[in-house]
Ligand binder design. Structure first.
Ligand code: HEC
Ligand code: HEC
Ligand code: HEC
Ligand code: HEC
Ligand code: HEC
Length: 387
């Protein structure tokens, strides 16, 4: 069974598109920083960057990129070889110095403790995106729009302005798998391709416009209720026969949701005279791409995700009721709970550190569930005087 999980990820890995030279991985070690630099300038620790870029540090710290070296990842790495580990680190902690720190921790037997993991614990950190051979690369200079090497009297020898930082392709290294790894025509991660086909892309919006407005480092996605709500338009309606609850994808620049991991459920239930749900009347509609691994191949079971502009709805017949309640339930980490961690929890030795981390990760998948758009609907009278 662990083998199954390995195969799952080996499959994912072989599909990653690393076209841009900048993102060829594994990344090379940074090497020695120029002798004239202060310790602060030479440090790869995000907190050192934050001494001069405090806004970026504060934003990034709350993001999932900062949390990418998670219990769910480390619980699996503990059972992996160095090579298998590197495949995961390519996207979860890409600096060569992070791999070295994790392997050093492994030798001490404390790799499961974040305080022993050193720089690896920083996950998808500043350096992975901005540093190559200690040189800083970033978007065009904010104050001047300048590209190319910008020296002047700046810390860390200045930086190189690179227009790629403002393109969706920058994110593709970790958020898009290759077309030849498709299952029923679509790779498991197909976000950049979905975006290319979207009306939002045609209108000039890219990953950064929606996930890094004004260059903010928050990267809020489906784990953030406010972001998800902003991408959807709910609509409730009713006639004398039934109530209807629909959501339309109006502000998501790719499939909603883009991955196979979330599960989104439209709910409707009739209410009794005391405004309590009536047992056995609930109706649901699930938005999700469901895939399964049969031991040798992946199959798509169904795909009800919403492409930009598409809607999904749940309907409920009034029967003898006069009120109904509707809501949208979002489970961002359903696949990890139902498949990945369920299998690992069965297979890992119960008393070990790996099993403890996976149990922690699994309980986190339950705490990320939330609801949106809860509303009550009254049954219009038969005469047709609708509200
Ligand atoms: C001693 C202060 C200091 C430290 C430490 C520092 N920086 Fe900078 N950084 C600056 C200054 C000042 C600029 C120039 C800003 C400008 O002119 O637009 C800059 C520019 C940059 C840019 C280019 C911004 C752009 O407009 O494209 C990036 C990217 C960057 N730093 C990343 C980092 C990272 C990552 C770290 C840590 C590994 C770091 N810096 C550490 C002071 C610092
Ligand atoms: C080095 C790999 C890497 C790069 C480059 C990268 N990401 Fe990510 N991203 C990840 C990983 C890994 C996660 C999941 C972290 C976790 O939860 O453990 C993630 C999570 C996210 C999330 C949160 C999703 C959610 O479930 O809520 C968003 C949004 C996101 N990334 C957007 C971007 C954008 C936009 C870019 C380009 C500017 C980008 N990422 C570049 C690896 C990367
Ligand atoms: C090509 C980039 C890439 C590679 C390689 C990769 N991941 Fe991820 N991983 C992601 C992204 C992006 C997400 C966020 C997707 C989501 O929201 O679920 C993620 C999410 C996760 C999560 C759920 C969030 C968390 O951190 O708890 C786990 C666990 C995970 N990956 C484990 C692994 C393991 C184990 C490997 C190696 C076998 C691996 N990943 C390899 C990109 C990658
Ligand atoms: C997942 C990749 C990624 C990570 C991690 C990351 N950045 Fe960035 N950063 C970017 C991208 C992409 C841009 C350009 C966004 C744009 O122009 O829309 C950027 C822009 C910047 C800028 C220019 C900001 C401005 O306002 O002009 C600075 C400075 C910077 N980052 C520093 C940091 C620091 C410090 C950290 C860690 C605390 C960090 N970055 C982590 C991808 C990343
Ligand atoms: C027009 C705005 C918009 C654009 C453009 C956009 N996103 Fe999103 N993205 C959203 C919204 C809203 C959500 C939350 C709803 C959802 O999960 O689909 C989201 C969610 C996500 C998630 C969470 C995981 C999931 O399964 O949905 C990731 C990862 C992500 N986006 C990455 C990207 C990347 C990479 C790009 C560029 C190729 C991109 N997004 C372009 C608006 C956008």
């Amino acid at each position: 069974m662990i083998r199954l999980i390995l195969l799952l990820f080996a499959f994912l890995l072989s599909g990653a598109v690393g076209a841009e030279e900048y993102w060829t991985r594994p990344l090379k070690p940074q090497g020695k920083a120029p002798a004239a630099w202060s310790d602060l300038e030479a440090s790869l620790d995000p907190r050192s960057c934050g001494a001069c870029h405090p806004d970026k540090l504060a934003e990034w710290s709350g993001s999932l990129h900062a949390k990418a070296f998670s219990p769910g990842l480390v619980g699996q790495l503990l059972t992996f070889s160095k090579e298998e580990t590197q495949d995961c680190l390519d996207c979860h902690a890409p600096l060569a110095e992070q791999a070295a720190a994790f392997e050093a921790a492994r030798k001490t037997g404390k790799a499961h403790l974040s305080e022993a993991q050193g720089l690896a614990a920083a996950g998808n950190s500043c350096g992975g995106c901005h540093l190559r051979g200690h040189q800083r690369f970033g978007p065009p200079q904010r104050s001047t729009g300048a590209l190319g090497p910008i020296k002047g009297d700046l810390p860390h020898g200045g930086f190189t302005g690179d227009a790629d930082f403002e393109r969706s392709e920058f994110c593709a290294a970790c958020h898009q798998f290759a077309a030849d790894q498709a299952i029923n025509g679509k790779p498991l991660e197909n976000t950049v391709a979905e975006w290319r086909a979207s009306p939002q892309a045609a209108a000039g919006q890219n990953c950064q416009s929606c996930h890094m407005p004004d260059r903010q480092h928050l990267w809020r996605g489906i784990h953030d209720p406010v972001t998800t709500a902003a991408g959807l338009t709910p609509k409730v309606s009713a006639d004398h026969d039934k109530a209807r609850f629909a959501v339309t994808s109006t502000g998501v620049g790719h499939a909603f949701p883009t991955y196979v991991t979330p599960k989104v459920i439209l709910h409707a239930v009739l209410l009794d005279g005391a405004n309590k749900p009536k047992q056995g009347t609930e109706a649901t509609y699930v938005i999700q791409r469901r895939v399964e691994f049969d031991g040798s191949d992946w199959h798509e079971i169904s795909d009800t995700r919403l492409l930009p502009g598409q809607s999904a709805a749940v309907e409920i017949n009034w029967r003898d009721a006069t009120r109904a309640k509707v809501w949208l339930e979002v489970q961002p980490d359903d696949f990890y709970h139902s498949v990945t961690y369920a299998q690992l929890r069965r297979d890992l030795p119960k008393a070990g550190a790996a099993a403890r981390l996976i149990a922690e990760a699994d309980s986190r998948t339950r705490s990320t569930i939330y609801t949106l758009f809860a509303a009550e609907i009254a049954r219009p009278s038969a005469s047709g005087d609708r509200p």
